[in-house]
Design a protein around this ligand. Structure first.
Ligand code: BGC
Length: 759
């Protein structure tokens, strides 16, 4: 099936959450409710406390239970289990005065118990239907277990792979990020945002805004960016989520223009409400309000008032609203209207979800037994994992494996279950995923002998390893010496026809609070690879990672590299599927792999400079390095296949475009290899002359096609002025006449080119 995604930046059409007459009904209902609420109860709706003692059992008179009874809690999060949630909901609707049902949130960011690839991996599928389907399944499973709100999608553009949370997002490109934002919101909330059944849940776009641009890639660090860059390069995915009708937005920990996002009125009110017409509620991130004190903005009362004034509706964990807003109201630091508005947004979300009609809508325990981690869902997850893998190198066509009788599987990531689902898989069962060894054996069948040896620990640094294997993600550190571990691996390698080395990062080496200053393959693993290569046997590197890595040595020396990210609960089987050619890999990178840490940030859609450099050799007085190329190791959009695709030159149906017209750019893509496969054909555009400096190229469309060997297909992209617009120095969204270059190819580097002129 052919799918075309073209972005219309200009069309700010917000998909309404409710038809007009339903909105009037909702308004009347909530007005009536709020007329009967005390100030304390209103502020209670704006309180999202930490899970606290309730998670370990519902102590009859626990602190949190008492708060729920007093109407001081609007929702809770990261509680697993429908029975537990049902009981908490019962306390809210039977034992509190106003009987208002609660929201139950969770970080379901890449699946529930059936887990899908980490978002960065998922984005490499470039398959919007599959991404939407993964979100739909995640919502179905989470809702079967009592959850009605997910803290996803994460839409932070990131160009710095040192930042561990790059794993939770969709890479470096805002156009692609915007398409994924829409697909995920549709998947979670349903196509019409009506929450018609109990299988759709509220989504939460996060982290608003710019969290992925933290300085030096260090988590929670300062962000400083011009507004023109915000609008042209970072905002679009959040805006796309708003256009798709996302029900909630989470503020980010960083400063924006010097003011923490949680207290930033320009961001939360001017941009989000006034410019984008967001009509859901804004929730704080974990402790984000009280952390403004650490940012240096004052005590809890001051920063809580600041947050409310800025437009933040629900306080996660800080309890600054609960404990200080009434006083701030008395002292004139906030207004009753502000409290009413924030409370109303939260109540509206509950209304839209249908919780006032049935507070137990998401508490149907019979669903939990039947609808979670089902064979059907797992089959989709297996297929999705394979689509997310990126073949980085395949010299001598070592892959796919055919005819080998004995396979040596080595590496610290070859025999772990808990590490397979990936970071932020809060609900996953860490005991059930198959290991790489098991996945390979299952797909290879009994005729093939699969041998295993660990070969090395994750790193030579036990402290790093301890921090990289938290939350039950144990890699069972082996206390033998490096040499002993390698000797065992070499002994099984000697008996094998091919060596599969499962190496890279552990799942907790990326994700929140997992920034790295050195993003190479850890030392002991590289030494293991060196020894394995010396055997002269073919080596396939199965790379686990939550971020782009600097792996020049590996690229130069290891013949085959398959990047499998963290593929989720079914990843091991998907690895088997791809290694043995049952699935031909077609994933394409959505974030650039640097050659060297010193190149960061390195990304494909950079501006030109006054001294552009060629990459052939160092040239004095050019924008380049004395000691490293400008080019990355693997560019954005890159990924190989077991087959080859060739591209014809671009044909334009005209070379002059009027503002009302369209140009059609076509290429013919041919599968010249021997395997059927999928190719993502990418359209890039450059605005050659403009009133501001424009990127050397920007993704503006893509189409994923499937071709049998020898088959050709013509792919057409229609280009109108909507694809040529940008924010100018006055932050007006405009197109400007002049020359444009159209580029089409299988990655951002290797493209065909043609030009047209906009009159
Ligand atoms: C993270 C959010 C997450 C929240 C709730 C925070 O630490 O930044 O992404 O949704 O915790 O678990």
């Amino acid at each position: 099936m052919r799918k075309v995604y073209i972005l219309f930046f200009a069309c700010i059409v917000t998909i309404p959450l409710l038809a007009q007459h339903d909105k009037e009904k909702m308004d009347a209902f909530i007005t009536d409710l709020m007329n009967r609420m005390t100030l304390e109860e209103k502020i209670g709706q704006m309180n999202l406390p930490s899970d606290g003692d309730i998670i370990t059992g519902l102590a009859e008179n626990s602190n949190i239970t008492q708060k729920i009874r007093k109407g001081q809690v609007g929702g809770m999060f990261n509680i697993k289990g429908v029975e537990k949630i049902r009981e908490i909901q019962r306390i809210a609707v039977e034992e509190s005065r106003m009987k208002i049902p609660m929201l139950f949130g969770m970080d379901v960011i890449h699946g529930y118990e059936t887990t899908f690839p980490i978002p960065l991996g998922l984005s490499c599928s470039w398959d919007m239907e599959l991404i939407e389907e993964s979100a739909r399944i995640a919502a179905a499973e989470a809702s079967a277990d009592g959850i009605n709100w997910t803290f996803s999608p994460m839409l932070d553009i990131c160009r710095d792979p040192r930042w561990g949370r790059i794993s939770e997002g969709n890479g470096e490109d805002s156009y692609l990020g915007g398409q994924i934002a829409k697909a995920m919101v549709r998947g979670y909330q349903g196509a019409d945002n009506s929450f018609a059944t109990n299988r759709q849940i509220l989504a939460c776009a996060k982290h608003f805004a710019l969290y992925g641009a933290s300085e030096a890639g260090r988590d929670y660090n300062t962000v400083d960016m011009s507004r023109i860059r915000m609008y042209n390069e970072y905002f679009y995915p959040y805006q796309a989520a708003v256009e798709a009708g996302v029900g909630s937005i989470m503020a980010s920990f960083n400063v924006v223009d010097g003011v923490p996002a949680h207290g930033n009125q320009w961001l939360l009110t001017e941009v989000l409400r006034n410019q984008w017409h967001f009509n859901g509620f804004v929730v704080a991130d974990y402790g984000g309000i009280s952390e403004m004190s650490n940012h240096g903005l004052g005590d809890l009362q001051t920063v809580s008032a600041l947050a409310l004034n800025a437009g933040l509706d629900m306080d996660m964990v800080s309890e600054g609203y609960l404990n200080t807003l009434a006083r701030s109201l008395e002292e004139g630091k906030v207004t009753q209207a502000q409290i009413d508005q924030a409370c109303r947004y939260v109540l509206e979300a509950k209304y839209k979800l249908g919780l006032f009609e049935d507070p137990y809508k998401y508490c149907d325990a019979s669903r939990a037994e039947k609808e979670i981690y089902t064979p059907e869902n797992r089959a989709v997850a297996r297929r999705t994992a394979a689509e997310s893998f990126v073949l980085l190198k395949n010299e001598g066509d070592i892959l796919p494996l055919t005819g080998q009788k004995t396979i040596a599987v080595v590496g610290p990531l070859a025999d772990t279950r808990s590490n397979m689902p990936g970071t932020w898989s809060v609900a996953a069962n860490l005991e059930t995923p198959a290991t790489v060894v098991e996945g390979i054996q299952a797909v290879a069948g009994d005729q093939v002998k699969v041998l295993y040896a660990k070969g090395s620990n994750l790193t030579s640094d036990p402290v790093l390893e301890a921090n990289a294997t938290i939350f039950g993600r144990s890699l069972n550190r082996d206390n033998r010496t490096e040499e002993e571990l390698r000797a065992e691996a070499l002994a099984i390698a000697a008996q094998a026809d091919v060596i599969v080395a499962a190496v890279g990062e552990s799942s907790e080496m990326s994700g929140e609070s997992s920034s790295r200053a050195d993003i190479g393959i850890p030392d002991v693993q590289q030494r293991l690879l060196q020894e394995l290569l010396k055997t002269g046997k073919p080596v396939v590197m199965v790379l686990f990672t939550g971020r782009p890595l600097t792996m020049v040595w590996e690229d130069e020396n290891v013949p085959s590299i398959l990047n499998v990210w963290f593929g989720g609960s079914e990843a091991a089987y998907a690895i088997g599927d791809v290694l043995f050619g049952k699935v031909n890999p077609g994933g394409k990178l959505t974030s650039t792999f640097p050659r060297h840490i010193g190149q960061i940030p390195v990304y494909y859609n950079h501006l030109s400079t006054g001294r552009p450099a060629s990459d052939r050799a160092f040239e004095k007085f050019r924008s380049n390095y004395l000691d490293e190329k400008n080019a990355p190791l693997y560019p954005f959009g890159y990924g190989l296949s077991y087959t080859q695709f060739t591209y014809s030159d671009i044909t334009l149906d005209k070379t002059t475009l009027t503002p009302q017209g369209e140009v059609t750019a076509s290429v013919t893509v041919t599968n010249t290899g021997t395997y059927a496969g999928k190719e993502t054909v990418q359209l890039y555009i450059r605005d050659v002359v403009a009133s501001i400096s424009r990127p050397v190229k920007e993704l503006k469309g893509f189409e994923k096609i499937y071709l049998e060997p020898g088959e050709s297909q013509t792919v057409r992209f229609t280009i109108g002025t909507d694809l040529l617009k940008f924010y100018n120095s006055d932050l007006e969204y405009v197109y400007e006449p002049g020359e444009f270059e159209v580029m089409i190819g299988g990655n951002s580097r290797d493209v065909k080119s043609a030009t047209f002129v906009l009159q």
